[in-house]
Design a protein around this ligand. Structure first.
Ligand code: CO
Length: 141
């Protein structure tokens, strides 16, 4: 089965300081900020920047050993992942596994805003960390 995607859900940008990045995107670049939250289990805090029907997700670490801290130490700030929206994440993961795709998550984990997410390894997607997102409800507008 081809991957049935409903569109680009968001693009993730790793930032060192969430407040500074929010100020830049809102006050300098002129975007609207559509809320955010802290995902303590994953050691990160996110804020969403509205881009039409899609979003930019600013991601900052909340502790030194989080996945984003490691990324920042290695690469500095910048593009972190591309997230595509799928209708049925379990089915998408089953299909990807069956085709031998290189997955970081074999099972979904909790994402921001009541979503379930799973990541495809950048080594299996030509250098792009790919996130699959399933919304349980419509994202806040
Ligand atoms: Co994301």
């Amino acid at each position: 089965m081809p991957l049935k995607s409903l569109g680009v859900d968001h693009v993730g940008v790793a930032v060192a300081d969430l407040e500074k990045a929010t100020t830049t995107y809102r006050d300098l670049l002129g975007f609207e900020i559509a809320g955010g939250e802290t995902l303590e289990t994953r050691g990160l805090a996110v804020r969403f920047v509205t881009v039409g029907d899609s979003r930019i997700e600013l991601i900052a670490p909340t502790r030194a050993d989080s996945e984003v801290s490691r990324f920042l130490a290695k690469n500095g700030e910048g593009l972190h992942h591309v997230a595509v929206r799928v209708h049925d994440l379990d089915a998408a993961l089953r299909d990807l596994k069956a085709r031998g795709a290189k997955l970081i998550d074999e099972t979904p984990r909790p994402g921001a805003h009541q979503t379930r997410v799973a990541f495809v390894h950048p080594k299996g997607a030509h250098g792009v960390l790919l996130e699959l997102v399933e919304h349980r409800r419509e994202p806040p507008t």
